[in-house]
Design a protein around this ligand. Structure first.
Ligand code: ASP
Length: 311
């Protein structure tokens, strides 16, 4: 029931993860670099939307930019599993037909978001896992990561710190910068993308909310597009992304009210993190119950990025 409505004002919202993000822990240089990383992702997506391109192209481009930036927990900068390996999760969804693609536990593919898109467009499936997903990436000619590509010293240090503090469990606060993007294009279509390395020290093939359609990622032109970040187990149990869309669609709530209500539910369960939302009507939203969230927004009227909760 969607129709093209040319001439709508496009919108883009991105996140680079939520969590314990406080001024006292940040150096000016780190803060500058993080803001520049967010701005680069906004630029990549805005260039597409500003040229009349599609929301799905824009969220993929913004997500790839963040995946290629070692500062964020996705693609190259992904956190490490308990065994010191990289297992990447990603999902993409577009709102006109609710086409979706997702991958989990990928280890060799340079840009998991583009692999998720290939699953959506080039396979009859929605969700592929681990070795099979990597094999599909190779078959599709997607760029493979050269040896050592994911070996980032800061991620090794974080894993060692986790093991030193708490050797037999992961720490939900040790997640740094899952990434996501949502967009509304000038034809009135929405799309969402989310990509992550998951949680430092994850084990047993653990998969979070990010690649689960309806939990960490959702897009439907009848309501909104959502990308989530936070303690994934809780976001799965609250079906966060779909729940926000359902509240907008069936209760007629604003995107902000729907997102705030669902994040309150996540908090009630014991989870923390946040979401970005763009509604089909053009409302853009951040909602998070953590100290901060790396985030940014762009439209023809301007751009902004923010990190701390009080910005
Ligand atoms: N939600 C992600 C996961 O649980 C982590 C994060 O967003 O930081 O895998």
């Amino acid at each position: 029931m969607t129709s093209d409505q040319p001439g709508r004002e496009w919108k883009l919202v991105i996140h680079g993860g939520a969590g314990v993000i406080e001024r006292g822990r940040m150096t000016p240089e780190l803060e500058r670099n993080l803001r520049a990383g967010l701005e680069a992702a906004l630029e990549a997506g805005a260039a597409i939307l500003g040229g009349g391109g599609s929301a799905v192209d824009a969220v993929e481009a913004a997500a790839r930019t963040l995946e290629n930036d070692v500062q964020f927990n996705a693609g190259r900068g992904a956190v490490l599993t308990f065994d010191g390996e990289t297992e990447l999760d990603a999902a993409i969804m577009e709102g006109s037909r609710r086409d979706a693609g997702a991958v989990a536990g990928v280890s060799n593919t340079r840009n998991p978001i583009s692999l998720a898109r290939a699953v959506m467009e080039k396979s009859p499936h929605v969700f592929l896992g681990s070795r099979g997903a990597d094999r599909f990436a190779e078959e599709q000619g997607l760029e493979q990561a050269p040896p050592g590509y994911f070996d980032i010293p800061e991620r090794r240090r974080q894993l060692e710190e986790l093991k030193a503090n708490d050797s037999d469990w992961f720490d939900v606060d040790m997640k740094f910068g899952t990434i996501g993007a949502v967009a509304l294009d000038s034809s009135g279509h929405v799309a969402a993308a989310t990509s992550t390395g998951g949680i430092t020290g994850k084990r047993w093939g653990r998969i979070g909310d990010s690649p689960l359609i309806g939990a960490g990622t959702w897009a439907d032109d009848r309501s909104c597009a959502v990308s989530a970040t936070g303690s994934g187990e809780y976001f799965i149990r609250a079906a966060v992304a779909h729940e926000i869309a359902a509240r907008i669609r069936f209760l007629g709530e604003s995107a902000q009210a729907a997102a705030d209500a669902v994040m309150a539910d996540v908090k009630e369960l014991g989870g923390n993190g946040g979401v970005i939302v763009v509604s089909a009507g053009g409302e853009t939203v951040y909602s998070f119950n953590s100290e901060g969230m790396y985030r940014g927004t762009a439209s023809p009227s301007g751009r902004s990025v923010a990190i701390y909760g009080d910005e």
